[in-house]
Design a binder for this molecule. Structure first.
Ligand code: PDD
Length: 286
């Protein structure tokens, strides 16, 4: 089946969809994005993703081209047209096409470019990796200083994944001033003595939508949480570790830089949080 994508108001076969070579996302990485997971044909944590989209757009002074109702309608339509049961919806908004290359922003009446597409991932919540856990390596965090804005500027995270792959690991954790910031495309956590430790929110990391939900569920389950930065050494000595994201949900981490955590298998806290998160977010899916 040919995938149907959305570009600026039209639903088109993917090979007929077009965006200008002058689009600011293409030339300047001047755009933001969101990834929302779909389970059982319904959207997970959707209000959170829309709220963060608005926040990213505001930070870059890009006009939000659609209302919340329209965003929901477009998401539902693209899921339906592509018959997605389990998978992801990717949405991108750029500052649009000024008709030429120029560092200065174009005039405010330049329409933003809106692109959405789906990725079908049958059995997304039932991944083999969640049973075995993933192995991460540390790399320096050399990204820019506004990591709280979800821009399409993803070259370094992409390089980070490749650095991990080259040494036989699954992902990388980024480290700045001796402290872990986050994973290449997820938020990072360790568990010590039953306590969940994760870096607090600032411009240093993306404010994960899955993170917000998981911490809420953990509090409701009376788990102890400490929002503070942690060192790589502390992480390597932790009982367990995990990451969260819209595409991986809660994913156990079983080794850091080749050092196994605990018994080298997914820990009980990560395993329980994954179950709670999947149960609760399926119930709240729209
Ligand atoms: N990545 N940190 C970074 C750097 C990310 O790119 C992501 C998400 C997260 C987790 O955020 P959330 O829980 O809202 O998905 C944290 C998405 C999934 C991606 O780029 O595909």
């Amino acid at each position: 089946m040919t995938r149907t994508v959305y570009v600026n108001g039209d639903y088109l076969p993917e090979d007929e969809a077009k965006v200008s070579v002058f689009d600011r996302a293409f030339l300047m990485a001047d755009g933001v994005y969101e990834v929302t997971s779909v389970l059982g044909g319904r959207l997970i944590d959707f209000p959170g993703h829309l709220a963060r989209l608005q926040r990213s757009l505001d930070a870059l002074e890009i006009r939000n081209p659609l209302s919340d109702e329209d965003w929901l309608a477009v998401h539902r339509e693209i899921v339906a047209r592509n018959g997605i049961e389990d998978g992801l919806v990717y949405l991108q908004v750029s500052r649009g096409n000024p008709g030429d290359r120029d560092f200065a922003y174009p005039s405010a009446d330049t329409p933003p470019t809106v692109v959405l597409f789906t990725q079908s991932k049958p059995g997304l919540a039932d991944s083999e990796q969640a049973r075995t856990g993933i192995r991460v390596v540390s790399i320096p965090d050399i990204r820019w200083g506004r990591r709280d804005i979800k821009t399409v500027q993803l070259l370094y995270p992409s390089m980070g994944k490749m650095m991990a792959k080259k040494v036989g690991a699954d992902d990388a954790w980024m480290v700045e001033d001796g402290l872990v910031t986050e994973g290449t495309s997820n938020n990072a956590y360790i568990v010590r003595g039953g306590k969940i430790i994760t870096r607090g929110l600032s411009t240093d990391i993306l404010h994960g939508i899955t993170r917000a939900a998981v911490l809420r569920f953990a509090r409701e389950a009376q788990m102890e949480i400490e929002e503070r930065p942690f060192t790589l050494e502390e992480a390597m000595a932790a009982d367990e570790a995990f990451v969260t994201s819209a595409s991986a949900f809660v994913m156990p981490v079983v080794a850091i830089d080749g050092v196994a955590l605990g018994d080298g298998r997914p820990g009980p806290v990560a395993t329980r949080l994954r179950e709670i998160y999947l149960d609760e977010s399926r119930k709240a899916a729209i």
